[in-house]
Design a protein around this ligand. Structure first.
Ligand code: AMP
Length: 421
């Protein structure tokens, strides 16, 4: 029979790598609670219209990258390509806004996009993200960015990443800008690609996202959104920058940063890393003041970010970042069948006391078990042979130093606590 393998663009995360994943996840949980955010878990598939209404019909994600299908009852379903829309859906569905004026949420989980796989780009990938609902004030933007910064700092990645910041203004600003941009493009419209011409009518701002060199050239002289900021947009953006400065979070202003999704308003930001190559976006986010309303809820401002976990893992690996500190690891060597009840009982006592214990279920020779203990890099070996069984003792070997002593079984836990203090 032919062998079944993973689907293109999806990957197994193997035992040697999962330590690093758990380390990253623990940091996300810790920083989440440090900032008073709580985890939310939503389903992996949702109604397709959730994404077409929020992310935008006209975006790459919705127009060509979603895994969608018709359910047996005819409902259009989609594997989530991102998690902000599902979190907003849940926020509205469970009236989370009524229980507290500010809701602070975070998530971790897989997302699916049918993109062309390459380094740092998969079809199933994992994201973590933070979302804050209820405040339209710039201090909330600064807090969300500070969370990202804190996670990067905890991972010692803050030096190798750069924060780019922009404001794409409020709805009013974008309406005015939209018209100005159309005026600018119109005389040269025939030189634009079909997709850009389509966007000219649906969402001209997205033309600015073009990768085509000749289109970029024409757009060089285009008006800038900052010329259309309302007074409040200006105040908001300046305040965000001041707050970041007082928190010593370095950033650079990038007027070209618009970000691909439709729902952003005002602040948008991205952390990039040079380690990543072409797909250098590590984490991106922004304010989405109209999204809750767009999806049928009461007007509630919000801001958040999403980060690609595979890309974090890549940067962590590159910078030599270790996984979490492991527990003291003991290999329990038992020489014969009579010793097994004692070996099992003592192993469990040690585990209850917080140590990590492995023993050999293959009943191999003592020599083979010792070899295995060394191979697995155990810190200590406990050896239970015939003499030890008779005398209620056990041999303790320090595998780093090579010393071996005999101790009473009843003294074992106490002895370890003393050793590893
Ligand atoms: P986005 O929702 O497009 O802003 O993506 C947020 C983050 O998810 C990006 O900054 C990337 O780190 C990550 N990401 C997006 N698409 C992919 C993908 N296809 N494979 C791996 N990571 C991705």
């Amino acid at each position: 029979m032919s062998q079944v393998r993973t689907i293109r663009g999806t990957h197994d995360i193997l035992p040697g790598e999962t330590d690093r994943w758990q380390f990253l996840e623990k940091i996300i949980y810790d920083i989440g609670s440090m900032f008073g955010y709580q985890e939310i878990r939503t389903p992996i598939f949702e109604e397709t219209k959730l994404f077409s209404r929020s992310v935008g019909e006209d975006t790459d994600i919705v127009s060509k990258e979603m895994y969608s299908w018709k359910d047996r009852d005819g409902t259009d379903l989609t594997l989530r390509p991102e998690l902000t829309a599902p979190v907003v859906r849940s926020f509205i569905q469970h009236s989370l806004g009524t229980s507290a004026p500010v809701q602070r949420l975070y998530y971790i989980g897989p997302s699916f996009r049918r993109e062309r796989p390459q380094k740092g780009r998969q079809r199933q990938f994992h994201q973590f993200g933070f979302e804050a609902f209820g405040s339209g004030n710039p201090e909330q933007d600064a807090e969300i960015i500070a969370i990202a910064w804190q996670i990067l700092s905890e991972l010692k990645l803050n030096e190798s990443t750069a924060l780019q910041l922009n404001s794409i203004g409020s709805k009013d600003c974008r309406m005015a800008y939209r018209e100005a941009l159309k005026e600018f493009i119109r005389p040269n419209l025939d030189q634009f690609s079909e997709i850009s011409r389509k966007r000219f009518n649906t969402n001209p701002l997205r033309i600015m996202d073009t990768k085509a060199a000749h289109e970029k050239k024409i757009l060089e002289g285009a008006p800038s959104i900052s010329e259309f900021y309302t007074d409040e947009d200006k105040w908001h953006f300046e305040s965000v920058q001041n707050f970041l400065s007082v928190m010593n979070i370095p950033f650079s202003f990038n007027p070209g940063l618009v970000r691909g999704l439709d729902y952003y308003t005002r602040t948008v930001f991205e952390f990039t890393s040079d380690v990543l190559g072409a797909q250098d976006a590590l984490l991106g986010g922004g304010r989405y003041d109209n999204l809750v309303e767009t999806l049928g809820g009461r007007y509630t401002p919000g801001i958040g970010f999403a980060a690609g976990m595979e890309r974090f893992i890549m940067v962590m690996k590159e910078s030599g970042q270790k996984s979490s500190e492991s527990k003291t690891f003991i290999y329990f060597v038992c020489s014969n069948e009579e010793g097994l009840p004692t070996a099992l009982a003592l192993s469990n006592e040690l585990r209850n006391a917080g140590y990590s214990v492995i023993s050999d279920p293959l009943r191999r020779s003592m020599k083979a078990q010792m070899r295995e203990a060394n191979k697995l890099n155990a810190r200590y070996a406990l050896i239970l042979g015939n003499t030890e069984i008779e005398q209620n003792t056990i041999q303790l070997k320090d595998l780093k130093i090579g010393d071996q002593i005999s101790i009473a079984q009843s003294d074992l836990i106490h002895h370890f606590q003393h050793l590893t203090k």
